[in-house]
Design a protein around this ligand. Sequence first.
Ligand SMILES: C[S@@+](CC[C@H](N)C(=O)[O-])C[C@H]1O[C@@H](n2cnc3c(N)ncnc32)[C@H](O)[C@@H]1O
Length: 283
Amino acid sequence: MKTHLIQSITPAVKIGNTTKLFLGDCFDVLQSFHEESVDMIFADPPYNLSNGGFTCHAGRAVSVNKGGWDKSKGVEADFEFHKRWIDACRRVLKPNGTIWISGTYHSIYACGFALQLSGYHVLNDISWFKPNASPNLSCRYFTASHETIIWARKSRKGKHTFNYDAMKNGNFPKDKIKAPGKQMRSVWSIGTPRADEKVFGKHPTQKPESLLDRIVLASTNKDDIILDPFMGSGTTGVSAQRFGRRFVGIEKEKEYFSVAQQRLKRTEDIQRSSLFEREACGA
Ligand SMILES: C[S@@+](CC[C@H](N)C(=O)[O-])C[C@H]1O[C@@H](n2cnc3c(N)ncnc32)[C@H](O)[C@@H]1O
């Protein structure tokens, strides 16, 4: 981890030489980072959808409430929140850096508008289709089965990283699949997280590792610094470690921070032992 990343002393948990985790509010922690110090940001901010509704899980009606952090404070206040963190992220992003923001219709339009006001330049909006999405209980709407992920670079002029060949011909180890040798399109069909991604505890909005693997491989190079200001259970960090990138994560809830810490420690151990095996075999 480059020492110049952090300006002032903010308590952090280090995992190996590549990962730094901060337990706290991203607005406070981001202030302590140097300007233009990270290469890519993946942000999965609160959806603002936990307002008493119901969804279907394993055939039963369950509350959609994900926690106090996900409650809406009203359209304008939610927009102000998104604009503030998007501005704070722009300050720490390198001139050629990119940001990915994931959300549903509850939050993604506010994020998209805030991105544009902030001066970012939108590159794509990915439709992440979930083939195993929960059914709709009310039978009065279409079944929600996708999230939108906006990809934008810091400014119109930036020269962003896009690993075109890896997206066309690369291997995706988590899925044990090879890209089909055709240009990758903007609709991605990826299932929700598997049981083995939740062994240290569940997060109500955990992203699948396959989704983050694709994002990391598409838009970063080895040793790049990736920031996740709403780290949750640490999925972005797992993919960053898997592909030799450096990672900085921020999460304000202790319970999720602890899940992330355990997941990232395990991934670091796996990476270290496979490196040891490769070296021992002379590969
Ligand atoms: C949508 S979840 C992210 C889930 C994550 N992508 C994963 O795969 O586990 C958003 C997370 O942001 C955290 N959060 C909300 N507001 C925050 C803030 N101001 N600073 C830091 N974390 C925050 C919540 O506690 C929650 O864990």
